[in-house]
Write a protein that binds this ligand. Structure first.
Ligand code: IPE
Ligand code: IPE
Ligand code: MG
Length: 250
């Protein structure tokens, strides 16, 4: 997709879903490396194909009327990977932001990011900030990129902010509630995810949205992320609609 050719999304003809979509979908986009290895390709090719999958899933979520899509793109633990892979990932992020901006604008999608963004390579950070600014007045779906994100780091940052309020005398320790923590989370602007999808079969959270996933429905598929398409998303949503959410009730 070039910046000259924005795509205006129309509702897809028939996704076979008549029920309202989950308001907030979160995705752990995992398995790019294995997808590439299975094909004898370099890991970075897996990440490139993963970026294409993100575009298709974003379009489908938008067309379905999902309000918020949060995707795990890079964890604080992913710095442990070889420097070349890390640098390729941030290069790809910049390419993705440049190529997707017209589509984000044409479809009223607001880009946001969560994580310790100040630790990003400067050029990736500036591309990210620029795309966030360009889409800031969009009122449709929020696409939230979790980059240099960790659930524990988010809680650490939120608790630090609460401690500052106490130190400044604007919050008394005896008045502290979970709402005070909640309004200091990176995700304070969105409801908790209704559905979490993880690709590539791993049954773990890998430090993603630890607070917010308390009552989220979990969906794990063995497919690697680059193979996850529109039909897979629709199947995950159908499965979500078969769940009985009780939130501790009966
Ligand atoms: C997910 O795919 C992308 C990132 C974590 C950046 P992986 O790179 O983790 O792929 P696998 O898990 O090694 O197959
Ligand atoms: C989780 O995947 C992080 C992202 C998808 C960005 P990982 O591949 O880093 O997770 P682990 O290491 O298998 O738990
Ligand atoms: Mg992985």
């Amino acid at each position: 997709m070039t910046p000259e050719s924005p795509q205006l999304l129309n509702p897809p003809p028939d996704l076979g879903i008549n029920l309202p979509p989950p308001r907030h979908i979160a995705i752990i986009m995992d398995g790019n490396g294995r997808w590439a290895a299975q094909r004898g390709l370099p890991r970075v090719t897996g990440h490139e194909n993963g970026a294409q999958a993100l575009r298709a899933v974003t379009e489908t979520c938008c067309a379905l009327g999902v309000q918020c899509l949060t995707v795990y793109a890079f964890s604080t633990e992913n710095w442990k990977r070889p420097a070349e892979e890390v640098s390729a990932l941030f290069g790809l992020l910049e390419l993705f932001l440049a190529s997707e901006l017209p589509t984000l604008l044409a479809n009223n999608i607001r880009l946001r990011a969560i994580g310790r963004l100040h630790e990003l390579p400067p050029s990736a950070l500036s591309a990210l900030e620029s795309t966030i600014a360009h889409t800031a007045t969009n009122t449709g779906m929020s696409l939230v990129l979790a980059i240099n994100y960790s659930g524990r780091a988010e809680l650490e940052d939120a608790v630090r902010s609460v401690c500052k309020e106490v130190a400044q005398g604007t919050l008394r320790p005896e008045d502290f509630t979970q709402e005070d923590l909640q309004r200091n989370l990176y995700t304070r602007d969105w409801p908790d995810p209704d559905l979490l999808i993880r690709t590539s079969g791993e049954m773990r959270l890998s430090n993603f949205l630890l607070w917010q996933l308390s009552y989220t429905e979990l969906y794990v598929t063995p497919k690697c992320w680059p193979d996850f398409g529109k039909e897979d998303l629709v199947e995950a949503i159908r499965d979500f609609h078969r769940r009985k959410r009780r939130f501790g009730g009966i």
